[in-house]
Design a protein around this ligand. Structure first.
Ligand code: NAI
Length: 308
C-alpha cells in the first residue's frame, strides 16, 4: 500500500442522492475502498416528483454483488435525522456525509413560481443542512468528520433560468465555509464541489459526444480525497469535471480608500471607480478577519473577530 493510499475500511459514509448519476458513482467507489455506505435516495424524477424505494435499493444490491457493504435509505434529505439514523442503526457511526441529492426546476426569474423556488431551495440547501446537522454531533464527539457540499457553476457564476438553483448552490458554499471554521478544531473538514458530469440532469442539455467525456468517475476521485483521513484542508471550493479539477477562491481588488472622517460622495466614488475595479495587487482573503482588518485600517481601529 503506497503512502497516499486512500482507504475507507471501518468508515461509514452517507451519500445522499446515491441512487443515480454522481451519487451512485460515489457510493460504488466508496464501497470499493472498504467503506460501509448508506445509499440515500428518495427516487423521484429529475424535477423532484414522486418517490421510489427501488432506486436506492438497486445501488445497494450492486454494491453487495461486488462484495461491498451498504444499506439503503429512501427518506427525503429533508428528513436528515432519519438518513443519519440509518447509518447509526446499521453501522453505529457516521464518518462522512456527501450532500449530493437534488433536482432542477429551471425557468426564467419572471416566470418562476414560488413553489419552484421553494422546492429547489429546500432539496439542496435545507436538505444538506438537515443531513449535515444530524451527523454533526456524532462527528464532533468522535473528533473526525468529512462533509462535502455540492454546488454548481450556476451558483458560482449565475446561469440564465436557474435563479432558484444558483441561490441554493452558492448558499451551500457559504454554509460550508462557516462549518469549516466551526468544525476544524473537532477534526471535521467541510469542502464544496461544483461538478460537471453526464447524468439525467445534463442528458437533455448536452450532446452525446460531450456527455461521453463527462463521466461521473472523473468527479469521484475528488470526493474520495476530500473525505479521506489523509486530507487536511477545509472550506475550499473546487470545480471538477471531464478530468479537470481546479480550486476557486475569492479575490479582493486593491480597493479605493477614502478618509473616513471627511466622508465621501457618490460622485467622488465614481471618479475613483477604477481603483475599486483594479485587481493588480489583488488579495485572496480566506477568512473574514482580512476584510475587517482592511476596514479597521481605514478607520484607524483594530477590529477583532467574534470568538471562535
Ligand atoms: P441525478 O438526478 O442523476 O441524481 C440526483 C439524485 O438525487 C437522484 O437519484 C434523485 O432521486 C435524488 N434526490 C432528489 N431529491 C431527493 C431528496 N429530497 N432526497 C433524497 N434524494 C433525492 O443528478 P446528478 O447530475 O448526479 O446530480 C448530483 C448533484 O450534483 C446534484 O446536487 C446536482 O445539482 C449537482 N450538479 C450536477 C451537475 C452535473 O453536471 N450533473 C452540475 C452541477 C451540479
Amino acid at each position: 500500500m503506497s503512502d497516499n493510499q486512500i482507504d475507507f475500511t471501518d468508515r461509514v459514509v452517507v451519500v445522499t442522492g446515491g441512487g443515480n448519476g454522481l451519487g451512485k458513482c460515489y457510493a460504488m467507489e466508496f464501497a470499493k475502498r472498504g467503506a460501509k455506505v448508506v445509499v440515500n435516495d428518495l427516487g423521484g424524477t429529475g424535477t423532484g416528483a414522486g418517490a421510489d424505494q427501488i432506486v436506492a435499493q438497486k445501488v445497494v444490491s450492486e454494491i453487495q454483488a461486488m462484495g461491498g457493504t451498504a444499506v439503503a435509505n429512501s427518506d427525503s434529505v429533508l428528513e436528515g435525522d432519519k438518513v443519519v439514523q440509518t447509518a447509526l442503526d446499521a453501522f453505529g457511526r457516521v464518518d462522512a456525509v456527501v450532500n449530493n441529492a437534488g433536482f432542477l426546476r429551471d425557468g426564467s426569474f419572471h416566470k418562476m413560481t414560488e413553489a419552484d423556488w421553494d422546492l429547489v431551495l429546500k432539496v439542496h440547501l435545507y436538505g444538506s443542512f438537515a443531513v449535515t446537522r444530524a451527523a454533526w454531533p456524532y462527528m464532533r464527539d468522535q473528533g473526525f468528520g468529512r462533509v462535502v457540499m455540492t454546488a454548481s457553476g450556476a451558483g458560482i457564476y449565475g446561469n440564465f433560468g436557474q435563479a432558484n438553483y444558483a441561490a441554493a448552490k452558492l448558499g451551500l458554499h457559504g454554509l460550508a465555509q462557516t462549518l469549516a471554521h466551526e468544525g476544524r478544531a473537532k477534526g471535521i473538514l467541510v469542502n464544496t464541489i461544483a461538478p460537471v458530469a453526464a447524468s439525467r440532469l445534463t442528458s437533455t442539455v448536452m450532446p452525446p459526444e460531450v456527455l461521453e467525456g463527462l463521466k461521473p468517475e472523473y468527479v469521484s476521485p475528488l470526493v474520495l480525497l476530500l473525505c479521506s483521513e489523509n486530507h487536511t484542508e477545509t472550506g475550499q471550493l473546487f470545480e471538477v469535471g471531464g478530468g479537470w479539477i481546479a480550486r476557486i477562491r475569492w479575490q479582493q481588488s486593491n480597493g479605493a480608500r477614502f478618509d473616513s472622517d471627511e466622508g465621501f460622495s457618490a460622485e467622488e466614488l465614481s471618479a475613483r471607480w477604477d481603483e475599486v475595479q483594479n485587481f493588480d495587487s489583488a488579495q485572496t482573503p480566506s477568512d473574514i478577519s482580512s476584510t475587517l482588518q482592511a476596514v479597521g485600517e481605514n478607520i484607524g481601529v483594530k477590529i477583532g473577530v467574534a470568538p471562535q
